[in-house]
Design a protein around this ligand. Sequence first.
Ligand SMILES: [Zn+2]
Length: 262
Amino acid sequence: MAKFKKAKKLPVDNMFFGWQMGSSKHGTRVFPDIYAFDELPNLDCNTFVFKNVEGNVAIVDPGNGMSFDALLDGLKKCDVAFNNVKWIIVTHVHVDHVLGIYPALDYFTSRNIQPPEIIALGESARVIEEADVEKIFPGELGLSPKQFGVNIKPMKVRSVKEGDQLNLGDLNLQVMECPGHAEGSMCLLDPQHKILISGDVIFSGGAFGRVDFPGGSVKKLLQSIDRLAKLDFDVLLPGHMNFSRAGRREAQTALAIAKQFF
Ligand SMILES: [Zn+2]
């Protein structure tokens, strides 16, 4: 067999994700103190930001780590001070949602500021706490933490469960366990603003999360979508693609399509 010379490896910052450096995550003001930041292309996720009356900030799904500087820039453009972040909530631990917690914590420790509390549900909390890298990079994606420039290390996590209320000052988010796409997957309902944060369970346009990663389940996903379709909310903030102000209809469309699909 002929021997081929291995191609010289390009430095990481010139490859797949390199362009994410120096870019900005675009933020939309959903409510006066609630923002949705669009994902960057290539395995990032949407990031949601809630600011309470005291100016303290909660971030939901900080993205893939490589997009962290772009998130900082986007927050700055929306006048949200990253120093005021007190909570980082993760809907589930897939690479595109969770890796942003590592540069975020580095940001605080390098400035000697009290780092935010990391919040996740059940199995997701365990994975982050124990730095279970295989669960963060599910299936055979052929990806590694190094490609994202993050150092995955164990850390303290506040574990929440179904039915818990996250009290973030005057803001209140209800925790719903919604498995099917991933174990330890949670959706969050803000009843005051009628917002649903759906993680990768449902998306706008009737789309829904994939079930082929380890921990995925068609049956559980259908149950989760069914549950979301019955909720009273207007704004859907999904983990990927566009957000919607016709959230309930999106959830019902996702349910109808999922029922046909499976
Ligand atoms: Zn996912």
